[in-house]
Design a protein around this ligand. Sequence first.
Ligand SMILES: Cc1cc2nc3c(=O)[nH]c(=O)nc-3n(C[C@H](O)[C@H](O)[C@H](O)COP(=O)(O)OP(=O)(O)OC[C@H]3O[C@@H](n4cnc5c(N)ncnc54)[C@H](O)[C@@H]3O)c2cc1C
Ligand SMILES: NC(=O)c1ccc[n+]([C@@H]2O[C@H](COP(=O)([O-])OP(=O)(O)OC[C@H]3O[C@@H](n4cnc5c(N)ncnc54)[C@H](OP(=O)(O)O)[C@@H]3O)[C@@H](O)[C@H]2O)c1
Ligand code: SF4
Ligand code: SF4
Length: 504
Amino acid sequence: MAYVVTQSCCADASCVVACPVNCIHPAPGEPGFATAEMLYVDPATCVGCGACVTACPVGAIVPDTALTPAQEPFRALNADYFEAFPHRDRAPVALVPEQRRLRRPGPFRVAVVGSGPAGLHTADELLRHPEVTRVDVYERLDRPHGLARYGVAPDHGATRRVSRLLEAIEREPGFRYVLGVEVGTDVFLEELRERYDAVVYAVGASADRGLGIPGEHLRGSVAATDLVGWYNDHPDRRGLDVPLDAGSNPSGRAVVVGAGNVALDVARILTRPTDSLEGSDIAPAALARLRDSAVREVVVLGRRGPAQAAFTVPELIGLAGLEDVDVVVEADPELLCGNDPRSRLLSGLAGREVSPGSGRRRLVLRFGHSPAALTGTDRVTGVDVVRNRLVTTPDGTVRAERTAAASHLEAGLVVRAVGHRGLPVPGLPYDEATGTVPHREGRVEPGLYVVGWVKRGPVGFIGTNKACARETVAGLLDDLDAGPAVSAASRPSAALAGLGSTGT
Ligand SMILES: Cc1cc2nc3c(=O)[nH]c(=O)nc-3n(C[C@H](O)[C@H](O)[C@H](O)COP(=O)(O)OP(=O)(O)OC[C@H]3O[C@@H](n4cnc5c(N)ncnc54)[C@H](O)[C@@H]3O)c2cc1C
Ligand SMILES: NC(=O)c1ccc[n+]([C@@H]2O[C@H](COP(=O)([O-])OP(=O)(O)OC[C@H]3O[C@@H](n4cnc5c(N)ncnc54)[C@H](OP(=O)(O)O)[C@@H]3O)[C@@H](O)[C@H]2O)c1
Ligand code: SF4
Ligand code: SF4
């Protein structure tokens, strides 16, 4: 019996360390680990000991005998990886990183702004050093964990279990929350710099990217950042106007623009029967609205081809395995003939028989099309769509180029899922082109740092923030060793009296 990884990973690699025969790859330090969509078990050398199952915090690994039909494609996906990357060295990995000791004894205090995965992994990295005795995490909301709480889809229960990892960090001695306090509004950077030896911004990338087309601001055109917050009960998004009923969405169709993982999340939540969402973390008010939804079809519009789609293979397998939604693929057949896992899956979906009278909702993945305009007067009634052709540039990049072939899709709801964008942070420099804070390996200047999406831009998985935090903290520790401008003893106490709550 071999074990199989069955979903995107948190990338903490606990499984790799636990495995006695080093058959889970790519491992930390190996090429591809930092950007891996998931890790893979080599069925040829797995001895079936189950140690990785206990180690994995999100339940991603199962024995091959327990794979559900929907998980079955992961069997070949795990095995195929080793055809391409054999990783012949199977000496067990002993990931015991050398513990750095600061030259100066401290005690040092650090403020982290933002309690998402990047902020908490930063606190974790810092508190491994006894010289850092206090990390205060400031969070503008009353509840922590950023997009791990308010972004990850409610029907992704296993991924949402990553909150357990974050809660373990909260229990570390020296960790403290200051919840319900927005830095830049309730407290200012200068005040933090007076009180702490270093300040790390982990504020994410909270804005949406626009499409820049006519009609984008009509009622019924919604940013995925808002819709995701709405179904995840984000306090800023509870009253969102989402036209789902037959009166405001007579066509019964929604269009999701973009072909990333967020687009798939949104399309899934809009199409799945509400029975399958009962008992999940979905906001009760959103569930009630979805229960009465008149939407029968969701069209996901990818501007380039299937091979260039931004969604990941594990997410596509999850979608293809849904029994309560009819998933349909529309793309030129010649774009679906690749022999990579994504093309094979998509071409399987394109050839799948779908019975028109099934009563299930349809989720259409349409590639090679862009929206040209949203139509309607006071609210969205449809989308003018143009067909694109794919052009390969000399550097190998594949671009979408609009053709004259146009069509129209009636729709009462258009969700713009074309990525996030970071906003300027008061007191910090800002790169308008990338929506990030300019930095060198996380250092903005000595004493001031960035981590996570505000540092790298809005890409990557929850686990990507762990390596990102390690890099930022390494520079921060170098600066503490180099010596602060003010000695800790002469600083005011770290706590800002009367601010926020400290609970979780
Ligand atoms: C819709 C969606 C679904 C996703 N699903 C997955 C998934 O299933 N699996 C996966 O691996 N990855 C997923 N990701 C990616 C993952 O969520 C991100 O990699 C990660 O959350 C980025 O972490 P961060 O800490 O930089 O930002 P965030 O998670 O956005 O955290 C930023 C925090 O800072 C707080 N904040 C902002 N400004 C201030 C301020 N001025 N003062 C105080 N606090 C402030 C915010 O309230 C927030 O809590 C998803 C992303 C999105 C958008
Ligand atoms: N389960 C998970 O692991 C999970 C879930 C959700 C999010 N995440 C991660 O979170 C990050 C953000 O995800 P995301 O989906 O928001 O962003 P993303 O991965 O950057 O995808 C954005 C999509 O929008 C398209 N797009 C951009 N501008 C467009 C335009 N003007 N017109 C039409 N299409 C346009 C992009 O197409 P082009 O490629 O052509 O630019 C791409 O398909 C990603 O790294 C993602 O993997 C992970
Ligand atoms: S989630 Fe973490 S422990 Fe689980 S399989 Fe992925 S890397 Fe390994
Ligand atoms: S079951 Fe044992 S041998 Fe197989 S991948 Fe997991 S830890 Fe390694």
